[in-house]
Design a protein around this ligand. Structure first.
Ligand code: DQA
Length: 156
């Protein structure tokens, strides 16, 4: 089996372009099960990340509850951007189509989860996308996203 390497990404831009891609129900962050996902909305978190990485990373954001829209977005950025930070929500556990989309593009993808899925229900222990991603970060709350951006910045 061949694994994707970070070096497949074009290195022509000085500022890295990274997409944070959130899947189903993650538009409800801040309202949805705050005991698990926290009380903070993602817009706030995104602003903080954009401020933190200003001048170093162009951080874009897309969220959809629709599997095909997530796949279309991966296709759209997946041949020119430097990284995708993907929280596929529940599609993580079900979507072979997302796995294929990740395999089909050049841009490396880091899988993230806010909660530690391995401490939760058994059906959350299985990810259909991990095998196509360069790495997985989970269980650090919204900080999981920052850790993924850091991982892209630390690459050589
Ligand atoms: C999640 C974990 C998934 O199991 C769940 O379906 C989500 C969020 C997380 O970020 O912890 O929607 O991806």
């Amino acid at each position: 089996m061949q694994f994707k390497k970070y070096t497949k990404t074009p290195k022509t831009q000085s500022m890295k372009k990274i997409l944070i891609l959130n899947g189903p129900n993650l538009n409800l962050l801040g309202k949805r099960e705050p005991g698990i996902y926290g009380a903070r909305g993602f817009e706030e978190e995104l602003k903080d990340l954009q401020t933190r990485y200003a001048g170093r990373v162009e951080l874009d954001y897309f969220q959809s509850n629709i599997e095909g829209e997530l796949i279309n977005k991966i296709h759209e950025v997946g041949f020119s951007w430097d990284g995708i930070v993907l929280n596929a929500g529940a599609y993580t556990h079900t979507s072979i189509a997302l796995q294929d989309a990740i395999r089909g593009v050049n841009t490396p993808v880091i899988e993230v989860h806010i909660s530690n899925v391995h401490k939760r229900e058994e059906f959350r222990h299985k990810s259909m996308i991990s095998c196509a991603c360069v790495g997985v970060i989970c269980g650090f709350g919204l900080d999981s996203y920052r850790l993924a951006v850091e991982a892209f910045l630390n690459e050589e």
